[in-house]
Design a protein around this ligand. Sequence first.
Ligand SMILES: O=C(O)c1cc(=O)[nH]c(=O)n1[C@@H]1O[C@H](COP(=O)(O)O)[C@@H](O)[C@H]1O
Length: 271
Amino acid sequence: MTFIEKLSCAWEKNNSLVCVGLDPDTERFPSSLRDVPDAIFQFNKAIIDATHDLVCAYKPQIAYFSAESAEDQLEKTIQYIQTEYPDIPVILDSKRGDIGSTAKKYAVEAFERYKADAVTINPYLGFDSAEPFLNYKDKGTVLLCRTSNRGANDLQDLDVGGMPLYQKVASMITEQWNFNKNCMLVVGATWPSQMSEVREIVGDMPFLVPGVGAQGGDIEALVKAGQTANGTGLIISSSRGVIYASEGDNFASAARSVVVDLREKINLHRN
Ligand SMILES: O=C(O)c1cc(=O)[nH]c(=O)n1[C@@H]1O[C@H](COP(=O)(O)O)[C@@H](O)[C@H]1O
């Protein structure tokens, strides 16, 4: 099964466009997890067990693991999802981007070491930097297009021959990079009008949409701007707003409540 097929099944099975971002910051863990040797894995496991029937994907962010020398707990987290909840795809957020020879190794890291179903990458080194990822036909490659942060417009809006750079990125990926139909784009929830412009360019290509919750993206606006005709096409990701809904021992049940609410708010505006 390809990544896109797995994602489509998860959208349908859980009636959900919600992705939970796993950005485990040990300083925000409840005191009961403070001196536990595999605390990061235990934290993630509790969040995953509490939300697996409500989501279409999980997105672990690699920096939260590597900063703590805890790559083994990233491997364990991905393996746990794939064993216990094999219908839910895992998007590794590592935003890699380098010359082809190095990119090959990054692709091996994402798809063979971590066995992620999809990975985020940075397209700004051009096609040869993305190709090693795109050649994994059954895996997904998520390319930065219009990021959610305030500084997104510093470079991504620059005029490149009559159109902003993010639109050029969107059309180049659609026309030239998507030969295995495994590309997706990051389009931040905080930019609904840019999101509808990108949707016009790319047809039904799925968007990874970070920026709801802690970054304040407007759910109604983004769903209306980004969904496809059949009410899907979006992987709407929230990390801090979900996983730190409570910093006490009830963090997992608090996370579940937030995801229930988020899924409902999103579904209200789907076609
Ligand atoms: O690729 C991403 O996931 C990403 C792209 C983007 O434009 N903005 C963005 O916030 N992200 C990631 O999405 C997550 C957002 O976290 P919260 O703001 O806590 O929901 C972080 O892991 C970011 O690294």
